[in-house]
Design a protein around this ligand. Sequence first.
Ligand SMILES: Cc1cc2nc3c(=O)[nH]c(=O)nc-3n(C[C@H](O)[C@H](O)[C@H](O)COP(=O)(O)OP(=O)(O)OC[C@H]3O[C@@H](n4cnc5c(N)ncnc54)[C@H](O)[C@@H]3O)c2cc1C
Length: 258
Amino acid sequence: MEPVYHAPGTLDEVLALLAIGRGEARILAGGQTLVPLLFRVEDEPHTLIDLRRIVPLRAIDATATQVALGAMVTLQAAELALRTSLPQVAAALRCVGTAPIRARATVGGTAALADPWAELVTCLHALDAELVLVAEGRERRVRAIDFFHGIRRTARQPDELLRQVVLPLPVPGERHAYHEFTVRESGGKARALAFARRRDGRTTLTLAGERLMPLRVDGTISAAQAALRHEDPSARALLLRVAGQALAMLDEETDPCA
Ligand SMILES: Cc1cc2nc3c(=O)[nH]c(=O)nc-3n(C[C@H](O)[C@H](O)[C@H](O)COP(=O)(O)OP(=O)(O)OC[C@H]3O[C@@H](n4cnc5c(N)ncnc54)[C@H](O)[C@@H]3O)c2cc1C
């Protein structure tokens, strides 16, 4: 049965619809993943709540210490907004899909989906970003490490809307490097992502892959090897390769998309 479609004009109306939806309502953001799922009848919600009229969700607010991206900010707009303040996050976002996908897919949809190979998800983990969730009468901020529970599983409750992601800006001397590598084969693709961060003299590496949710370890190859010991050998080899690249790039500026 076709879902009942709503395009509310205010955030309060969105939250009211989610509250009465009892888990059977879906939020429609950029539609890049949800629309094909609906078309193939792989998801059959009774209600669709389109966010396109909720203008405040498109806001990008920066202070001296953080930048908050509204859930409906497209990956393209986020990439442009972060070029100066978080250039390696911007570089990671340039690796997403193709330009038409980046022009439609949103920050909120990408984080809510929690695909392990999503560039944004890796960046949020690596930077200790926070996700702001709202429901009728309540709001909470959840650290990325607590938000992403596993492949396509998050801490979001069915009546909650992901309103914003908040990224901390680098402190003086902080350095970042992002590298990813995708191997396309006839049977599918393998992808490995690595984000290296040096802050206050400590280096960390965040690694993710086709079937590996982001994992943060100390910034050495031996720490990465130990953390990846249960991965299958070809995935581990690819992850160690991007880890090495990201660590080497910490002091360079190079193109992260291979
Ligand atoms: C061909 C193709 C290639 C792609 N390649 C990549 C890639 O390389 N890297 C990458 O990261 N992504 C890739 N994507 C995925 C894409 O970039 C988006 O991440 C994804 O489609 C979700 O964003 P969206 O705004 O389209 O969300 P939608 O499809 O509208 O929604 C996705 C899910 O999130 C939920 N949702 C949306 N917004 C919110 C919110 N604010 N609060 C709570 N729940 C919400 C929806 O209910 C739905 O369950 C690709 C997609 C396609 C079609």
